[in-house]
Write a protein of this length. Structure first.
Length: 309
């Protein structure tokens, strides 16, 4: 019987008309393909909008972090992985990046730790899916000159403080969180740590925010306070619209082609972000975000609800 059934099928297939054969091929092709294997991963605008920042917190320069060739290779890889037009926006400004995240202009973003903590908050609603960066570890510190009479955080009452723009954990969120309850005579901003050091050297401020992962400063300084948190690595984050889609194939393509990523990005194929390490930092970021923003060159009272960090 099995042989007779096989011969009958072979005869039927041989006599089938072209339309029937075409229909059968389409059905078999659909059944053989995996669900979502050819679907594009795009944002709500029909384009994949991508934000890109260097993964490290500390910086002594505002120079471009990635070469044009690296940016083009990354854009090509994202196009291949998403099957969608890609709008890549590299930024050096954490403050501008924070604005883009708060307004949900990006569908995915490569971020340093501070912006990762902000992006994962309830107001932005992103999800971290891959770790970025090297084994380098940052910690937030507050520096004063070696000759300064300031010996404790309480001695900074009515002092002048130098910070990085909002969006930096080591340069903004954690220093302010640790200065809670103080009245500052003036807050001044700089774009990088080298500029903060220059402000301290010139006597424009009494204390500055610092990143312990940076090389030791040439200026004779003293660490007034070092925050207890070791910052986790940066992360690749996805918007809510992407995480509600099938993005596994997209990540698999990125993982398989991680060598095409910019070297300085430190994309860790298959490595999930350190959720336990980012959670207390996310609480600190959300606390400071709820406070009134310090204005450049103006006095500031560090006051507001403070979650346990």
């Amino acid at each position: 019987m099995p042989g007779s059934w096989q011969r009958w099928c072979e005869c039927w297939m041989a006599g089938a008309t072209a339309p029937v054969m075409l229909l059968l091929a389409l059905v078999l092709g659909a059944c053989g393909s995996s669900p979502g294997s050819s679907s594009a991963l795009c944002g709500p605008t029909g384009v994949l909008r991508v934000g890109l920042l260097a993964p490290s917190e500390g910086s002594t320069s505002t120079a471009q972090s990635f070469s044009d060739a690296e940016l083009q290779a990354l854009k090509s890889l994202l196009l291949q992985a998403s099957r969608c037009d890609v709008a890549l926006e590299p930024l050096n400004s954490v403050d501008r990046a924070r604005t883009s995240l708060s307004e949900r202009r990006w569908d995915l973003a490569f971020l340093p730790p501070g912006l990762t903590a902000y992006a994962m908050g309830s107001s932005a609603g992103y999800t971290s899916v891959r770790s970025l960066g090297s084994s380098r570890r940052s910690r937030s510190a507050i520096l004063v000159r070696e000759s300064s009479r300031i010996r404790s955080l309480q001695d900074l009452q009515q002092a002048r403080i130098g910070l990085l723009p909002r969006g930096s954990l080591t340069g903004f969120y954690l220093p302010l969180y640790n200065l809670h309850g103080l009245n500052l005579a003036r807050v001044s901003y700089a774009l990088n740590h080298a500029a903060l050091l220059a402000m301290l050297d010139h006597g424009e401020v009494e204390a500055i925010a610092w990143d312990e992962a940076l090389p030791p400063p040439s200026l004779a300084v003293r660490r007034l306070h070092v925050d207890a948190h070791v910052l986790p690595l940066g992360a690749l984050v996805l918007s809510g619209s992407l995480t509600s889609s099938d993005y596994i194939a997209f990540l698999r393509t990125l993982d398989d082609n991680a060598a095409q990523m910019p070297t300085g990005l430190g994309y860790a194929a298959g490595v999930l972000p350190e959720q336990q390490a980012i959670q207390p930092l996310k609480a600190s970021v959300e606390s400071v975000e709820a406070w009134q923003l310090p204005l450049d060159g103006q006095p500031y009272r560090v006051y507001g609800a403070k979650a346990a960090g």
